[in-house]
Design a protein around this ligand. Structure first.
Ligand code: ADP
Ligand code: ZN
Length: 727
């Protein structure tokens, strides 16, 4: 027997497959999708079995495999084909596709071995009466009694009663020790929560999805914030489970809050596994095996949960479909929603994408019936959408209110006087965004990146938000010793201002700096919900998926922060962020109130947010996209030519652009090379090339050809991003 083995070789990005011979004694263990250990260049490597064959032409050179690593198949037929889809769609190697799909413990050629966890159990080694007779103390009898009642005790429990008694009993062979495999995470079973009676709109959506449970159908569940999308998901999944099928639910990392997950755990008890980036390698390995062993029926997780090895999949649901977290920003640059649709088609099951602010691409497709659109136009219990007011910060600046407008202060006070809560959004962390000398013009800049450093007051240091470079702030200008000026502000400064304006209020801050520790995000959410806090302020983290019934006011401190980023999606990002944040207001009894502070009062996107009109925004933005030939009218590929050497980088970038122009279809457009938005990151220079196309069958072959050329180039790298979210 011979096998074809896929090896991932660190220095090469291309796939290497090699033929090996299987010794007779290992033949029975060989299955496609298991890992094997093989000799390679005087080393031993791990690789996946890709195929099995009986004969091999050049038999004499073939080496034998050393061992079969797995007892069970790691890459099922379905996972295998997903890997190929990723390779073909995003132009990466098969090996890197499998590497991103599998938990660390199951990757080929991983050095750090993660093992199964075992627990020592004590059990009786003879009949109860006989055991009792042999005991020489009451403590020993107590242990034997407990073992008789419970069947077994963990060794820990036994030792809590008396270590010496346990040891004596073991020595006399009255009891024995057994190893039991245990999981690192044991779900607490929460009190069961009964399903709600769906309203008319929810019912319509539910029936439409349930009617398609045995076919590939793509749905866009377009429901305003607070319209009860989660309840629809859960009831559809209930039907799926009744059919003895399973479900994957994708959520953005940030909304893996207790809220969403708890709702599911309450409804479905221990049938739910949760995959998120906070898991240790061991925990992830255990959750993965629970799934493989059919011990759970529902997997909730962020992006990579789309690879969960559930068998008999019945539905895939993607909540907050517009979230950019579904796209992986480094190689392989896959989009979990596109993978979800691949799996949907593979298994012939529905894929449901939900959002209050769908991406333009998917909304546009739904108007052509490429997605079936299901609408939830009303909030549950028919609460009205919040009332939004734009405040002109240019006027406030004249009144010396650079950060908090008169109006916002008044609204905060009145909300608090009614015992309601307030959320303030400022999508920038740190204290000051720039520190400059008013005398010589000195500015603190990152030595590795083309960007100014952000000042963090708590630690009195300056940090690069791109590469993490940190330096301490001097009291005066390092060049001319004049006093330094602070410009721009972030959440840290906002917190300080709020505390000094409203000294009696209890304030929580949520941003990347306050949520670094494991569980701190969840803790802040819980505290704001349960304890007597008045204000939650933070970055975009606070805008998503959170349901705080007592919040009546949302303040957008600087609506312009995301609007001014040069990227064709910055309008879309701004609308979605501000609309979602507004949606946190007035989710229960009171009418929500939103204050939007801006220097661009007449900006059409902010107007649409103020009117809470996705439709208006959609029409406005579609018009622009059409004029500028951007998605959904054109597809995009973004190429980055990157190198530590500037000259080489710019020369290669020009060559790449010329190569593309010559090879791809005439109807496609090549833009660039231009320098990337942040030109230098971590001492690497970056040039951008954009391809816009509608139909181009020469494009993929050309990109593959380019990719191959650069594998050889040691100095300059080429990063190809198909359907990028950021350019
Ligand atoms: P969305 O995800 O659309 O923003 P949620 O799923 O968070 O909305 O629902 C908002 C609130 O309404 C939740 O507290 C949820 O429990 C409640 N809810 C949902 N559907 C119903 C229903 N049919 N009857 C009563 N309450 C409901
Ligand atoms: Zn930097």
């Amino acid at each position: 027997m011979y096998i074809e083995v896929l090896l991932e070789l660190k220095n090469k990005q291309t796939d290497q497959t090699y033929t090996y011979k299987v010794p007779n004694n290992l033949e029975s263990q060989i299955q496609v999708g298991k890992r094997v250990k093989v000799p390679f260049n005087h080393r031993e490597l791990e690789g996946f079995i890709l195929s099995i064959k009986d004969v091999c032409k050049k038999e004499f050179e073939i080496l034998e495999i050393k061992e079969v690593v797995d007892e069970e198949i790691v890459l099922s037929e379905e996972l295998f084909s997903i890997g190929k889809f990723i390779k073909d769609t995003y132009l990466c190697s098969l090996a890197s596709a499998y590497a991103v799909m599998l938990p660390k413990a199951l990757k080929a050629s991983e050095k750090t071995q993660v093992n199964k966890k075992f627990q020592s159990n004590l059990i009786l080694n003879m009949a109860y009466e006989e055991a009792l007779r042999m005991c020489s103390s009451d403590r020993q009898k107590e242990i034997v009694d407990l073992l008789n009642e419970n069947g077994c005790l963990t060794k820990k429990e036994g030792n809590l009663i008396s270590i010496s008694s346990v040891n004596t009993l073991l020595k006399k062979n009255i009891i024995k020790e057994e190893q039991e495999e245990v999981y690192r995470i044991n779900n607490k079973v929460l009190e069961k929560d009964e399903k709600k009676v769906l309203n008319e709109e929810q019912k319509n959506a539910y029936h439409a999805i349930v009617a398609s449970l045995n076919q590939y159908e793509k749905f866009l569940l377009y429901g305003v914030t607070g319209s009860g999308k989660t309840e629809v998901y859960m009831q559809v999944i209930e039907r799926v489970l009744e059919r003895k099928q399973t479900a994957i639910v994708l959520v953005p990392e940030i909304s893996l809050t207790p809220q969403f997950v708890t709702n599911f755990k309450k409804r479905f008890q221990d049938k739910v596994a949760v995959l998120h980036s906070g898991l240790s390698d061991g925990e992830r390995y255990d959750e993965w095996r629970k799934i493989e062993r059919d011990e759970v029926d529902i997997v909730i997780g962020a992006r990579s949960a789309i690879f969960a090895p559930l068998k008999n999949l019945g539905i895939i649901i993607v909540d907050e479909e517009h979230s950019e977290s579904y796209k992986q920003e480094n190689n392989p640059r896959y989009n979990a929603i596109e993978v979800a649709e691949y799996r949907g088609e593979y298994n012939r099951i529905p894929v449901v994408l939900g959002s209050a602010t769908p991406t333009l691409e998917r909304m546009a497709k739904s108007t052509k019936n490429l997605y079936k659109r299901l609408e939830l136009k009303h909030r549950v219990n028919n609460q009205t959408l919040p009332i939004c007011t734009c405040v002109d910060m240019a006027l406030e600046l004249k009144k010396r209110n650079p950060i908090l407008s008169e109006r916002l202060k008044v609204e905060i006070e009145s909300s608090i006087s009614r015992h309601e809560q307030v959320i303030l959004l400022l999508n920038r962390r740190g204290y000051a965004t720039t520190i400059t000398c008013s005398n010589c013009g000195f500015t603190y800049k990152c030595p590795n990146c083309d960007i100014t450093l952000t000042y963090h007051k708590t630690k009195n240091n300056l940090r690069c938000h791109y590469c993490g470079y940190t330096t301490f702030k001097k009291d005066t200008c390092p060049k001319c010793k004049t006093d330094l000026n602070f410009y721009g502000y972030g959440t840290e400064k906002l917190e300080q201002i709020i505390r000094s304006e409203f000294p009696d209020l209890k304030v929580l801050r949520m941003d990347a700096d306050t949520t670094r520790k494991k569980n701190s995000y969840e803790e802040i959410v819980e505290r704001f919900k349960n304890e007597d806090y008045d204000i939650l302020l933070g970055t975009q983290m606070i805008s998503k998926g959170l349901d705080f019934p007592r919040v009546s006011l949302v303040g957008i401190i600087n609506a312009d922060a995301t609007l001014n980023i040069p990227d064709f999606r910055s309008g879309e990002r701004t609308f979605s962020l501000l609309y979602q944040a507004s949606g946190r207001a007035g989710r229960c009894n009171t009418v929500g109130n939103v204050i939007i502070q801006t220097f661009n009062k007449d900006n059409p996107i902010l107007q649409c947010v103020a009117e809470q009109s996705y439709e208006k925004y959609y029409n406005y933005e579609m018009n622009i996209r059409k004029k500028l030939k951007y998605p959904p009218y054109y597809y995009l590929v973004s190429l980055k030519v990157v190198s530590k050497e500037y000259e080489e980088c710019s020369k290669e970038a020009v060559k790449v652009a010329e190569f593309l122009k010559k090879k791809i279809a005439e109807t496609s457009i090549v833009l660039g090379p231009t320098t990337a938005n942040v030109f230098k990151v971590n001492n690497v220079y970056r040039f951008n090339i954009i391809i816009k196309y509608r139909f181009d069958d020469k494009l993929m072959p050309t990109l593959k050809e380019l990719d191959k050329l650069f594998v050889m180039n040691k100095k300059v790298n080429l990063e190809i991003d198909v359907n990028p979210t950021k350019i």
